[in-house]
Design a protein around this ligand. Structure first.
Ligand SMILES: Nc1ncnc2c1ncn2[C@@H]1O[C@H](COP(=O)(O)OP(=O)(O)O)[C@@H](O)[C@H]1O
Ligand SMILES: [Mg+2]
Length: 269
């Protein structure tokens, strides 16, 4: 099924998972993000692209409940089918969501891992937050997830700081996915890595996203990453979304002059 058909089917048959209206937070004129609206469907990957300073990380913070907007709303349909208005919910509710049904993969794995505890403890933490107390079960999940992210399970008792950057990033992904989130936010997840390591991580991410039917909002300035992972794209410039649509359409036939510039500048050697 093509991305277009997939989108069509989802729009027809499935209720949105995540709904955003007029989301705005400005730190200065055209600094931040403004007037952003979209719906995200289960299993759909939305890429946010645009040059540095265009507002991508600001938007992701607003979407993921980390920073309140000046105006606008973010709603999420939880696993009980109830719509939750993120910024009317309590701080405790938002935190619970982030630890259970959502995940957040930071660009820098040091921000998303607990560097002072073992790889296994990093993976087990969210399960413990969900009430799993059985040591054998936590250990088994740790071993299983290390394998899934292609880290030698024999490293389960090692500290993350003994891992390479690529391994740390894979551990951060395992730590997020172990609790079976339905929606995962990622801010430049391959940004700090060598090109060869990036390619492998991207393959792994793509496999996991499909296998687990994850909905993802991924920020990247790298259009190759967007092409590989995203069904749909939003192009940001100076706090505005200037173009949104299917990834192939935007990358192969951009309509807005800024999208055209963005796409063509990548093609130049
Ligand atoms: N907490 C903040 N305080 C003041 N200005 C900020 C803050 N966060 C972001 N900005 C400004 O908002 C603009 C967009 O930043 P950001 O969302 O980080 O862009 P991007 O992720 O696309 O590089 C930039 O001009 C940045 O300096
Ligand atoms: Mg950013």
């Amino acid at each position: 099924m093509s991305a277009a058909e997939k989108l069509q089917v989802q729009t027809d048959t499935a209720e949105a998972l995540f709904s955003v209206r007029d989301l705005t937070r400005l730190y200065g004129p055209e600094k931040g993000c403004q007037g952003v609206s979209f719906d995200l469907y289960p299993g759909e990957v939305l890429g946010i692209v645009g040059e540095s300073g265009s507002g991508k990380s600001t938007l992701l913070s607003l979407l993921s409940g980390r920073c309140p907007p000046d105006r606008g709303s973010v709603s999420y349909r939880d696993s009980n089918g109830q719509w939750v208005d993120l910024y009317s919910a309590s701080e405790a509710q938002r935190r619970t969501l982030l630890r259970t049904e959502w995940g957040f993969v930071e660009q820098n794995p040091r921000d998303g891992l607990r560097m002072g505890v073992s790889a296994g403890a990093n993976i087990g933490e969210r399960l413990m937050a969900q009430g799993v107390r059985n040591y054998g079960e936590l250990r088994a999940a740790g071993l299983d997830w290390l394998k899934q992210v292609e880290i030698d399970p024999a490293r389960i008792d090692d500290l993350p700081r003994t891992f390479s950057g690529g391994m740390q990033q894979r551990l951060q992904i395992a730590r997020n996915l172990v609790s079976s989130p339905r929606l995962v936010f990622m801010d430049e997840p391959t940004g700090g890595l060598d090109v060869s390591v990036q390619a492998r991580l991207l393959d792994l991410l793509r496999g996991l996203v499909r296998e687990l039917d994850l909905a993802v909002v991924i920020v990247t300035h790298d259009l190759a990453v967007a092409r590989l992972l995203a069904d749909r794209l939003m192009v940001m410039r100076r706090s505005h979304v200037v173009e949104a649509g299917l990834t192939d359409q935007i990358l192969d036939d951009p309509q807005h002059p800024y999208s055209q510039l963005l796409v063509s500048s990548v093609l130049q050697p």
